[in-house]
Design a binder for this molecule. Structure first.
Ligand SMILES: Nc1ncnc2c1ncn2[C@@H]1O[C@H](COP(=O)(O)OP(=O)(O)OP(=O)(O)O)[C@@H](O)[C@H]1O
Length: 135
């Protein structure tokens, strides 16, 4: 297939407007929710944190830190899934040391974000809960 043909094929599935792009992005979210147990766990954990934050009447700056932590975990979990899918596509599910390296590194990125989120959660919610208990 030459470059012109490839461009024509690509144009067939290219998003033609914002609504179409949004629909595909939401389909991606539904897909990761359906396929990834860890992503579902993170979403439920985030929901718990948001409810607790509302009960503790957090300030804007505290919401911003929590929001950043939550989104970085969810986004890294999504990218991890993207990478797993691409690696499986390229390797066709065959074992390869580079596939292992790439997947392990993507998992490490999730781990780093999870550590950051735990640190933010303890700093914001932990401190607030401690103050409440000590009153
Ligand atoms: N093609 C491969 N070649 C070599 N090792 C692989 C390959 N695919 C997966 N692995 C190893 O197995 C581990 C788990 O891979 P898998 O694709 O099952 O991810 P997962 O269990 O969905 O991970 P996560 O919990 O991060 O979502 C990888 O981190 C890697 O060490």
């Amino acid at each position: 297939m030459d470059l012109k043909d490839k461009k024509q094929v690509r144009n067939c599935w290219k998003n033609h407007n914002f609504k179409e792009s949004l629909r595909h992005a939401l389909a991606g979210l539904a897909c990761v929710w359906r396929d990834e147990r860890n992503f579902r766990f993170d979403v439920w954990a985030a929901a718990g944190v948001i409810i607790l934050g509302a009960l503790l009447r957090l300030q804007l700056i505290e919401w911003l830190w929590l929001g950043w932590a939550i989104m970085s975990v969810l986004a890294s979990e999504l990218w991890n899934t993207v990478l797993e899918n691409v690696v499986d596509l390229v390797t066709d599910y065959q074992r390869h040391p580079l596939a292992k390296k790439a997947k392990d590194m993507a998992s490490a990125a999730v781990l780093l974000n999870a550590i950051f989120a735990a640190f933010v959660g303890i700093s914001v919610l932990g401190v607030r809960l401690w103050q409440l208990l000590m009153r």
